[in-house]
Design a protein around this ligand. Structure first.
Ligand SMILES: [Zn+2]
Length: 240
């Protein structure tokens, strides 16, 4: 495109990024030495991408930039920055960057590594199921993303089944000891776990229909997912 202007990144805080050879859908750069290799992260992301496409249809038609940054010890987390350039109702360009932040020397313990893998794949899941929804539903989107990310990591063999067992215990403890709204995500994660146990195809169809909803309404400010939630969650939704 002739007059497509590239975003120039501000370099207020220049770092010596270690950049590796991109894979099909991702570029990866990292600020420090990590226990995981760049090729490992790219392989994880490619496998998850393939699994999500199989489950939920085509993803974003863009190469995703992944930045693995160093943060203070209590600030670890991940987020996606999405720059949407709308040319017309049908035609738009999206640039997506994942920013995953871990402290220096993080990831040597198995549970830390599991969480790091979770962060990378979690942001990728949001490329299918994610975006602006009404406030009431944001936590459901977060819960299905956390649940399906862990399930995918175990299913693809990147994490042990132990991860899902720990999560179940953790969610139950939150429900028993915390108060709303902190309990909401935990409650939905246990609900999705139950739906999965009762009828796996039903939970997968729920993901597929949510993804279709986000895809069809991608050029809108806010996606209306309430019909899908009503269809699959019904009375469980009304408990809030
Ligand atoms: Zn999320």
């Amino acid at each position: 495109m002739a007059n497509y202007q590239k975003n120039i990144q501000s370099q207020a805080n220049p770092t010596n990024w270690i950049t590796s050879t991109p894979s099909k859908h991702f570029t990866y750069k990292v600020e420090t030495n990590r226990p995981w290799k760049p090729e490992t992260v790219l392989e994880l992301l490619e496998q998850a991408h393939q699994a999500f496409e199989k489950l939920m249809g085509p993803g974003l038609d863009t190469v995703i930039e992944v930045e693995d940054r160093v943060c203070e010890s209590n600030n670890l987390g991940a987020r996606a920055e999405i720059n949407k350039r709308v040319h017309s109702a049908q035609d738009f360009t999206i640039a997506v960057k994942f920013i995953c932040e871990f402290p220096q020397n993080y990831g040597h313990a198995a549970q830390e590594r599991d969480l790091a893998y979770h962060f990378f794949v979690h942001e990728l899941f949001h490329c299918w199921i994610g975006g602006n929804v009404s406030n009431d539903y944001g936590q459901i989107v977060e819960a299905i993303t956390q649940y399906m990310t862990d399930w995918t990591l175990v299913h693809l063999g990147w994490c042990d089944e132990d991860l899902r067992i720990r999560e179940r215990i953790n969610n139950q403890q939150i429900i028993d000891t915390a108060t709303p709204p902190h309990t909401t995500i935990a409650r939905y994660k246990l609900l999705f776990d139950q739906m999965h146990a009762d009828d796996p195809e039903n939970l997968l169809a729920f993901c597929r229909d949510l993804a279709t909803c986000f895809r069809q309404q991608r050029s809108r400010e806010e996606t209306d997912i309430s019909p899908v939630l009503q269809r699959y969650l019904g009375t469980a939704l009304e408990e809030d």
